[in-house]
Design a protein around this ligand. Structure first.
Ligand code: URA
Length: 266
């Protein structure tokens, strides 16, 4: 093959990759072009062409959501699901997080509490609700006979600490959602408590705020067909800032206790 033909072949290969949406390694192409132009032997080209290595194509958001769903569906226990979440690299929040905070408490407990996502303490320990808000949550649960060592399972709608403690955004929540749904399907809670507006809105896919969502029984249905009553409550971190809301929070807890009494004996 002549030098011009070799250069044309490399160009054609690069164009073909571009058409296929594959990002080529431009530095390598340039060095192969240079080599092809100065190479006396026409036989050398095909071997070198084989060395061209397409870079990995970037996964789209939807690819990651699909991958999360595949991983979540494949998990048949909560521990397998935890391992799948810890190994999942789709959520950008993981890059800045120290740990993945998946869940805590009793597997198979009648009550599942779902918060919005780890804060600084949770990030440090790799467990949900272990900071100040978590301590208040424990006291709130204890007031109605619940505890993470006996009859409650605690998790979040997102497993990695957002930088600066911002709320997880819609994309991040969508990526975690297959894991959240699968956690509910595997945990089989009789009742779900959504702690805070981010969690309640995300779980119910509702634009309505926590002020209106709380105080009412909702229903959560997972894609795998599991269904449970869901009660949104104020987030304990909100109650730390706004203690005057504790009476409404107390009413919500009593409503949950009433409902639970009709569902299970704790
Ligand atoms: N707030 C949450 O919503 N979840 C945690 O795990 C900690 C704080």
């Amino acid at each position: 093959m002549s030098q011009t033909a070799q250069s044309q072949a490399l160009n054609a290969l690069r164009d073909w990759w571009a058409d296929m949406g594959v990002e080529a390694d431009e530095a390598e192409i340039r060095s192969l072009m240079k080599a092809a132009e100065s190479r006396p032997s026409p036989e050398a080209a095909p071997e070198n062409v084989k060395k061209l290595r397409p870079l990995k194509t970037q996964k789209t958001h939807q690819d990651w959501v699909d991958e999360a769903r595949t991983l979540a569906t494949a998990a048949s226990t909560l521990d397998e699901l935890k391992a799948a979440i810890e190994g999942f690299d789709g959520c950008i929040l993981k890059e800045a997080a120290r740990n993945t905070a998946c869940f805590d408490g009793v597997q198979g407990a009648p009550v599942m509490v779902i918060g919005e996502g780890p804060g600084a303490e949770e990030d440090k320990k790799g467990l949900p609700f272990v900071g100040r808000a978590g301590q208040l949550l424990d006291r709130m649960l204890a007031a109605i006979g619940l505890s993470r060592t006996e009859n409650a399972f605690i998790t979040n709608v997102n497993y990695w600490r957002p930088p600066g403690n911002r709320n997880p955004n819609d994309e991040e929540l969508e990526m975690c959602r297959p894991f959240v749904d699968r956690m509910i399907e595997l945990g089989q809670p009789k009742l779900i408590i959504a702690a805070g507006g981010v969690s309640a809105k995300s779980l119910l896919q509702s634009p309505i705020g926590i002020m209106k969502l709380r105080g009412t029984e909702h229903r959560l249905e997972t894609p795998g067909g599991y269904s449970a009553p869901l009660f949104p409550i104020f987030h304990p971190a909100f109650l730390l800032r706004r203690p005057e809301e504790k009476s409404r929070a107390w009413r919500d807890l009593l409503q949950i206790q009433d409902k639970l009494e009709g569902l299970v004996s704790l």
